[in-house]
Design a protein. Structure first.
Lengths: 195, 195
């Protein structure tokens, strides 16, 4: 077997978008706005699904950005949140952001996490998750969000992670609807028979 | 912000281990044995946590291998199953293994998946998950497995994914116990206060 490798790298346009940001974003809605703009641009530029995410340190400084790269890279694990978390850890040189200088860290996401990304949140060491669209907004356009524990917000709270929901929800939901209306791929492996 | 990248690559010893395998492994217990040997060697060689995984096509041919690389790479998303799924998709050039030639694909794992890896399974397009140790065996040595839906086997079945549990369970559990007994890092971000 040839031992393959996977390289996770953001589309070139992301650097330009981030370059224009202030050094710090003290307001939570502005930090979430970065995730929303990443989602919006990922659709406009045709680089992936309608999802964006970003990690910020305690001072409101951007540490990493993520966009959905599932179809572009051909990798189902590359949801926006996974990309943002992995790149934040890479930048800080630590698999646990709770132990990195600049903690506590915050993950902002244009849509609530699917089952995989939800599972990834506690392992990442972030202390707060801030979301725009609800997962039902994503399901409404056809994305399968997976089987999440019914009280997933409580399950994160049990691990010391605060969740802020419904901030700029309508903007997040609009990005999802516009993507679906334009015929963007809904890439669930849904072709398998349900049984 | 400098836009970082993440490179996911297996430790060098993996190629040697895989090179010695038959071209096809028709027996499920032998396919799971590859995941177990990956877990065992990952511990012996000090390259990561006590977890291994492998993806096989319908003919029993190995497509990819994965080992836990969390501490080695400094990335909390790099559980063995995630690595194996990502490398299988990379090799086959498709984010959905259910649509790739050689389907249906099987994911073998030395331990039942944590919440993140469980969430990743449906998105990957595999049709079957085969596990050795139970997640309670992993919890017993201190790993947090996350909040999984109580009937996670049923939730996978609802998406057309069969689960085989407890095959060679004791071998998988022994690898976990030996790792913990030798003082291997239990790398949960558990330093945060619970509230």
């Amino acid at each position: 077997m040839s031992v393959a490798e996977l390289v996770v790298r953001l589309p070139d346009w992301v650097a330009g978008l981030l370059h224009g940001l202030p050094e710090r974003l003290p307001r939570q809605e502005d930090r979430l706005g970065v995730a929303l703009e990443l989602a919006r641009q990922n659709v406009c530029r045709g680089s992936g699904g309608p999802f964006g995410a970003a990690v910020f340190d305690a001072s409101g400084r951007l540490v990493s950005a993520g966009v959905n790269l599932v179809v572009r890279v051909g990798s189902s694990i590359l949801h926006a949140e996974m990309v943002a978390l992995a790149l934040a850890q890479r930048r800080l040189g630590c698999h646990d952001l709770s132990a990195a200088a600049g903690a506590p860290y915050e993950l902002c996401s244009s849509t609530e996490p699917c089952a995989m990304c939800l599972g990834a949140v506690p392992w990442s060491g972030v202390a707060r998750l801030v979301c725009a669209a609800r997962d039902e907004d994503s399901r409404a356009v056809g994305f399968d969000e997976g089987a999440k524990p019914s009280d997933w917000v409580g399950a994160l709270a049990d691990r010391g992670i605060a969740v802020v929901r419904d901030l700029r929800r309508e903007e997040g939901a609009a990005i999802l609807r516009e993507y679906a209306a334009a015929g963007g791929p809904i890439y669930n492996p849904g072709a398998r028979p349900r049984r």
